[in-house]
Design a protein around this ligand. Structure first.
Ligand SMILES: C[S@@+](CC[C@H](N)C(=O)[O-])C[C@H]1O[C@@H](n2cnc3c(N)ncnc32)[C@H](O)[C@@H]1O
Length: 270
């Protein structure tokens, strides 16, 4: 495995790796700390919300859920307190900052699979604001009520930047990666954590890519299934230029013109 030092070197030689190297290893960007404070205030608001809502879970709720067929058609109904749900489900601060930096370096078009209450979306939107006035994030979640809360709050936090869509990732991915949509530069995948669906999504994103795109996979070591998924990504021979293993998170730089084994980096998590 290649380390941070080699990523720096490769990025000097290869433009395609610069956004990743800058996001992981570069100095803070102007205004970054203020943006992070603001996005953390979004998290703090959600963490103060004591209301109870009905959440429909379409993902793996334990390590043993490995088949998409195990998920009930209409999801598993759960009553959750918003603050507690946000606490257990939302991206932690160090990775939230990484998402912010990736959005800022890779934008302008981002997709997120797994909105939940909108915490990670707030960080991505904060980064995208710096890219261009046309920068946009589409974020998708199957569970109607958390998605509605996120939609309402994100419209106030980042007006005009974020669109929250309700739907199932595995059903929408073929359409999202078809030529009728503008391609994405950054995709945050934090959805059902089921090997079969995550692979389906990965293959659609790689085969549908028509320009450089960075994929960010959460929880690559959460279950045996997610580990097998990540091993499969490391074995890619087409379309994956580089992988960066950050222990819990796996990044994958997709270049549709690339054929060969990806450069495989392992870097300490932020
Ligand atoms: C870990 S949470 C996302 C957390 C969010 N990215 C954050 O850091 O703030 C995963 C979300 O994925 C959604 N989800 C799970 N399986 C899904 C599926 N098959 N299609 C769409 N959404 C799904 C769940 O409803 C849940 O809100």
């Amino acid at each position: 495995m290649l380390r941070a030092f080699e990523l720096r070197k490769f990025a000097e030689l290869d433009l395609r790796l610069r956004p990743i190297a800058a996001s992981l290893l570069g100095p803070p960007e102007p205004g970054e700390d203020d943006d992070i404070v603001l996005a953390e205030s979004y998290r703090a608001l959600v963490l103060r919300d004591q209301s109870e809502i009905l959440h429909l879970e379409f993902g793996a709720t334990d390590f043993a859920t490995i088949r998409a067929a195990d998920i009930p058609r209409h999801g598993r109904p759960m009553t959750v307190r918003v603050c507690e749900w946000a606490e257990v489900s939302s991206v932690r601060p160090s990775f939230a900052r990484l998402l912010y930096r990736l959005a800022r370096h890779c934008g302008p078009r981002a997709l997120e699979l797994g909105t939940c209450l909108g915490v990670s979306a707030a960080f991505i939107a904060a980064g995208l604001r710096h890219v261009s006035p046309a920068a946009r994030l589409v974020t998708i979640d199957a569970s109607p009520l958390p998605a509605a809360i996120a939609r309402q709050r994100l419209e106030i936090f980042a007006p005009g930047i974020v669109t929250v869509v309700q739907g199932r990732h595995e059903q929408l991915i073929a359409d999202l990666t078809s030529p009728k949509h503008e391609p994405f530069d950054l995709v945050h995948i934090d959805g059902d954590h089921i090997e079969e669906n995550t692979l389906l999504i990965h293959r659609s994103l790689v085969s549908g890519a028509i320009r450089l795109c960075t994929l960010y996979y959460d929880d690559i070591r959460w279950s045996a299934g997610m580990q097998r998924f990540w091993t499969e990504v490391l074995r890619s021979t087409r379309g994956v230029l580089a992988t960066i293993d950050l222990e819990w998170v796996g990044l994958c730089v997709v270049d549709p013109t690339f054929v060969g084994a990806p450069l495989a980096f392992a870097i300490d998590p932020p």
